[in-house]
Design a protein around this ligand. Structure first.
Ligand code: HEC
Ligand code: HEC
Length: 261
């Protein structure tokens, strides 16, 4: 085949890059849509091949795109990732290119993809120093670790794990995420652009969180180093005992509560 001629004028690089990316996506969408186990057993290597459309945006092994826009998906709990794929497919979260890819997949295949990325542990990018005054950073840390009883807000760590690295199988970690991504997600909950299975405890967290506190906690979180062992905790720690904090997408949090004194 004759190599395609590409335009050389500088103004056209954006279009070229986009065309290349969309061509790649279209080709890979077909690969992704194929039966999950064409040759009987599915090796991780072939999953890496088959999820090329995902890693084109989410970075090698799902480590995150270079500019903070495409979030890391590697190493997040499998149940959480699976829930998100369902959410994008069902319009509980909105990102059109992903929704199109996912529309071609059945639930079992989404589960396999979620498990594949959950098992990847590429290195994290270093955190970016917080552009917040010390007092605001301290406020952010206090909310993350201890919550604020006067606002009726539990600590983020109560649900997201003492080390804030998430909890198996449904709660994501809060470290190693770019500031813009954290703010966008909390903002999306506030505007009902992102929803989790009801009762949607995160929607309630952001409803109670005054804006300056939201900025303080995301600023602090984004500036924290990720611990050497960034894996999600195997079991919930101290989830809030008030039934008002039941999370539909992470039922294990309230089950853990019932079994604890
Ligand atoms: C065209 C780029 C693009 C492609 C292709 C893509 N994603 Fe995404 N993905 C995004 C963006 C952008 C977001 C963040 C959207 C938002 O919430 O605003 C996202 C979010 C996600 C999330 C949620 C992350 C979290 O922490 O909640 C998961 C999981 C995910 N993608 C998995 C996948 C998988 C699996 C594939 C392949 C089947 C895929 N993505 C393909 C761009 C892409
Ligand atoms: C009562 C339990 C609970 C508390 C308290 C809580 N969260 Fe969450 N959070 C969850 C659950 C469950 C999810 C997963 C939701 C889903 O399935 O979409 C989540 C998801 C998130 C996400 C999305 C992460 C991603 O990768 O897209 C962010 C950001 C977040 N929480 C921030 C916070 C912050 C900041 C606090 C503290 C101010 C907090 N959460 C307190 C339960 C909680």
């Amino acid at each position: 085949m004759r190599p395609m001629r590409v335009a050389q004028r500088p103004g056209q690089w954006v279009m070229r890059t986009m065309r290349r990316r969309w061509g790649l996506l279209a080709a890979l969408a077909l690969a992704l849509a194929g039966p999950a186990t064409a040759r009987g057993t599915e090796s991780l290597d072939s999953m890496a091949e088959r999820t090329r459309a995902c890693t084109a945006c989410h970075g090698e092994q799902g480590r995150a795109g270079p500019d903070g826009y495409y979030p890391r998906i590697a190493g997040k709990p499998a149940g959480y990732l699976h829930n998100q794929l369902r959410n994008f497919a069902a319009g509980q979260r909105h990102y059109e290119p992903m929704a199109r890819l996912l529309a071609t997949m059945d639930d079992t295949y989404m589960r396999q993809i979620a498990e594949h990325f959950a098992s990847q542990h590429p290195p994290f990018a270093p955190p970016v120093p917080a552009r917040l005054p010390a007092e605001r950073r301290a406020r952010g840390e206090a909310l993350a670790r201890r919550g604020d009883p006067s606002l009726g807000i539990p600590a983020c760590a109560d649900c997201h794990g003492e080390r804030l690295t998430g909890v198996e199988p449904h709660v994501p970690g809060l470290l190693g995420l770019p500031l813009d991504y954290l703010n966008a997600q909390l903002g999306a909950w506030l505007n009902a652009q992102r929803r989790a299975r009801p009762p949607d405890c995160m929607a309630e967290v952001v409803r109670r969180l005054p804006h300056p506190d939201l900025v303080a906690v995301t600023g602090w979180l984004a500036s924290q180093p990720v611990p050497a062992d960034a894996r999600p905790a195997p079991r919930p720690g101290r989830p809030p005992s008030d039934p008002a904090w039941h999370c539909g997408s992470a039922p294990e949090l309230s089950r853990a509560d019932r079994t604890q004194p």
